[in-house]
Structures are given as structure tokens and as C-alpha cells.
Design a protein. Structure first.
Length: 161
């Protein structure tokens, strides 16, 4: 199934860029087209001086299930050549980016949220680090290095030799 518009971009308030992944039938899974469109939105956020921050969200029952496995079988990786997975994980925008999470953020979807500067999660976001109880506990101690995704650990520690 081809999505008419898998990513919606708008400016709901002055200085704010809203980027909404709109593939609810695929649980907002990331394919190459979504990665390209998100990367274009992040480029706009970086270059447009009237924008001060961005919000990334998913339409439908959840934020994102990560990589679109059906597209992966067709050879797609969900990677943008410069910005990485989902068009932002390797090189996020220079301006603040907020992940607005309702419902699930699984696998690569969680990695997308971790690439953002701030996670605002609804109470129904299961197991998400932005959840209320976990946020209260986390303030008391430093984050553990094991909490990073594999690609973030590689970026921080370098490739294994």
C-alpha cells in the first residue's frame, strides 16, 4: 500500500515546526520515504530562522514501531544518507526537537525518541522512559550507559575492532 502523505509538516504556532508521521496502518513504521521526508523537515528546522523548535509525533494509536519490516524485505533501510535512521538519529537538528509520544514507541521508534532533546510521553505510553513513575525515579540517579541503543553506544564508544 502506498501512502499518499506519510509525513505531515505544519507550523501550528509561531516558531514551531510540527512533523507528524502518518502511517497508522503500518504502526508509523519507518521506510525510506518517511526517512527522506523527516530529514527534509529537519533541514527546514535547521535553516529556517523563524523556527525555534520542532515537535515530532506519530498519528494513530502509537508513536512508531521502528523500521518497516515489509519495506526492509524489499531492500529499504529507513536510513537517510546524512541524517541516519528515520532522517534524524545520526544527525539530529541543531534546534530543540520534542518527541510527543502517545501509545507505543517500539524498537527503532524508541531510538527516534532518544535522538530528540525532550520526550513528552502520555501516561499510556507503555514502558517508555518518558513515563511518569520512571521519570521520578530517574531524577535521583545518573542514567546508565546500558540504557543507550546499540547505534548510540557505537557512536559514543566507536566501532569495535
Amino acid at each position: 500500500m502506498t501512502d499518499a502523505r506519510p509525513v505531515h509538516i505544519s507550523t501550528p504556532a509561531e516558531g514551531v515546526l510540527l512533523v507528524a508521521i502518518d502511517r497508522p496502518h503500518a504502526r508509523n513504521a519507518i521506510n525510506d520515504e518517511v526517512a527522506r521526508l523527516v530529514a527534509e523537515a529537519m533541514d527546514r528546522l535547521d535553516t529556517d530562522d523563524t523556527l525555534r523548535a520542532g515537535i515530532l509525533t506519530g498519528n494513530g494509536p502509537g508513536f512508531s514501531a521502528g523500521l518497516d519490516l515489509k519495506a526492509f524485505l524489499d531492500g529499504e533501510t529507513g536510513e537517510h544518507p546524512e541524517r541516519g535512521f528515520a532522517g534524524l538519529v545520526r544527525r539530529p537538528p541543531r534546534k530543540p526537537l520534542i518527541a510527543a509520544v502517545e501509545g507505543f514507541a517500539l524498537a527503532g521508534g524508541l531510538e527516534i525518541t532518544l535522538a530528540c532533546d525532550l520526550i513528552v510521553a502520555a501516561r499510556d505510553a507503555p514502558g517508555h522512559p518518558g513515563g511518569q513513575a520512571r521519570a521520578r525515579r530517574r531524577r535521583r540517579r545518573a542514567p546508565a550507559p546500558a540504557a543507550a541503543t546499540p547505534s548510540q553506544r557505537r557512536r559514543a564508544t566507536g566501532p569495535h575492532r
